[in-house]
Design a protein around this ligand. Sequence first.
Ligand SMILES: [Mg+2]
Length: 381
Amino acid sequence: MKNNEPQPAWMEEPLGNIERIELLNVSLPFVAPFGTSVATWNSKDALLVRLEADGVVAWGECVADPDPYYAGETTGTARHIIKDFLLPELKPGLSLAGLLERCRRVRGNEMAKAALENALLDLIAKRRSLPLHALLGFPSRRIMSGISIGFQDDVPALLAQVQEAVERGYHRVKMKIGRGRDVEWVRAVRERFPALALMADANGDYSLEDAALLARLDEFKLTMIEQPLAYHDIYQHSLLQARLRTPLCLDESIHGCDDAAAAIALKGCRVINIKQGRVGGLLEAVKMAGLCAGHGLPAWSGGMDETGIGRALNIQLQAAPGFTLPGDTSETRRYFREDIVEPPVILDREGYIAMPAGPGIGVAVVEERITNYLLGREKLR
Ligand SMILES: [Mg+2]
């Protein structure tokens, strides 16, 4: 965000020799398909960044999908941007702060930037034998859990999914909504679970002309409605928010702290979903959480159905103050039969998730398993 803020010392130290830089494409099958108003995915196809330096192996995960249905970026565009525009800026003797400054002239492409930045943060933390949350200056804490339930074939199937989440101890349940699958679906869940912390995510499926329909959701006391209007809009959300009692939350529209500041000033939302991958990485996400806290806005960490690498990054991030609401961080088994990291994410008896204690991302990447899911591997340096 601002360049004149004091940087921690490690931001200014040379990144040193990085002997090997690789991009890996993996495809991990989901336990069950994940459907939103925009698309349905059967697997997590992720682009991973692998760095090797002084015997340390560090990882980043790009949250982009192979398709442009959630965001404009894809795993393919991220590869292009990392390979042809970001990595060429990584010159000997440069610090992380120096690299990020050089990369600022690359506009947009926050998911590509986040993948590289997060891998470098993992490297810096591992060299210091520190977990990422400690490198960033935040003490360990257990975090709240939340689950995002994709579209189901019918209402009984949805109720069964919610029931399972409630029994498992999740702190909040998010259900997807879209045109034709909204008021009656939410009503069914609310009638069965009157006290549940429940929210609905439309992934941009409505327009301002649907304001009266969306206002009908007010009676269900949702904690929030996420991104009801267009994926790039802030202003029309402010007009809609003025007509609803239910708080609006922005996701797709927010690509950095400037967007968040605009949304807050316009009263376009009362909550922000901070996806570190969507806003350019952990450093911007931490700043955004601080910005939200400074304005009294609750915020939470959103998920992109990441592999264990991205999931671990999201957990480390939530040590930062400002993440006041349960996010999208769920148990590994909800997504994958086998993940590429150990240990998997599990909930404790009270539904919380422990912060892993290992260095860097805190979990161990099992490279032998990656082989099982590998689509391609490219050595860039
Ligand atoms: Mg969302």
